[in-house]
Design a protein around this ligand. Structure first.
Ligand SMILES: Nc1ncnc2c1ncn2[C@@H]1O[C@H](COP(=O)(O)OP(=O)(O)OP(=O)(O)O)[C@@H](O)[C@H]1O
Ligand SMILES: O=C(O)c1ccc[n+]([C@@H]2O[C@H](COP(=O)([O-])O)[C@@H](O)[C@H]2O)c1
Length: 187
């Protein structure tokens, strides 16, 4: 069995919080790979600020230096709202010899009761919850917690800092920083 971690996200933009949680879970569970799956259209929030092509470019830059980290564009290829159940149904059928661990921050743990076909989805993957400032990991769903050093960084913080001409240096990888500045995103 191959053990695959999945980090789904809007990545608008990807930041070091994403990389830290992916690496912590990768090490803690001794996974073979982590697949980063950018949403085409996030199910529970408004559209992203930058195009899906640019979010993918930033994600490629962000994960380039970790050979366990892979990009998977299944949700972008499918278009429409990116429901995790649809994605995981496709992936579990396509890769019957793999076990999937779906990583979510505590904000998403709190939101789990609202996920599309959540009970069916629970049978397809093991959810891995990680702490996030301002949210709790208490839930009646059978999630597994991985302890991480808490990182109080979000894509919203980066968009807000950019808009207010604050600094985003070190909050995103250097390559992503350069890409955001070159394209004047979020200003
Ligand atoms: N700093 C963090 N700590 C723990 N989990 C995080 C962190 N940042 C993102 N995540 C988790 O990563 C996944 C993808 O997050 P996403 O791409 O939406 O970034 P975000 O920072 O939450 O974005 P936004 O601020 O725009 O809502 C979600 O499960 C989210 O909970
Ligand atoms: O399937 C759902 O109903 C659902 C509801 C909320 C979030 N998700 C998934 O959770 C991941 C993180 O979402 P987001 O919006 O914080 O980027 C991403 O892969 C979403 O598709 C999925």
């Amino acid at each position: 069995m191959k053990r695959i971690g999945i980090l789904g996200g809007t990545f608008d933009p990807p930041h070091i919080g994403h990389l830290i949680i992916a690496e912590e879970v990768n090490q803690a569970l001794d996974l073979d790979e982590i697949w980063f799956i950018p949403t085409y259209e996030p199910p529970h929030k408004g559209r992203a600020s930058v195009s899906v092509e640019n979010r993918i470019e930033m994600l490629k830059l962000a994960i380039a230096d970790n050979e366990s980290f892979k990009l998977n564009t299944i949700e972008v290829d499918r278009e429409g709202k990116s429901y995790t159940y649809d994605t995981m149904l496709l992936l579990t059928n396509k890769y019957p010899d793999s076990e999937f661990y779906f990583i979510i921050g505590a904000d998403m743990v709190e939101y789990l009761p609202n996920w599309y076909k959540i009970d069916e989805l629970m049978k397809l993957v093991t959810f891995i919850g990680v702490k996030r400032s301002g949210y709790s990991l208490n839930t009646t769903y059978p999630i597994r917690e991985v302890e991480i050093p808490m990182v109080d960084i979000s894509s919203s913080l980066i968009r807000k800092r950019q808009k207010e001409k604050g600094t985003i240096q070190y909050l995103v990888p250097k390559s992503v920083y350069t890409y955001i500045k070159e394209h004047s995103f979020y200003e």
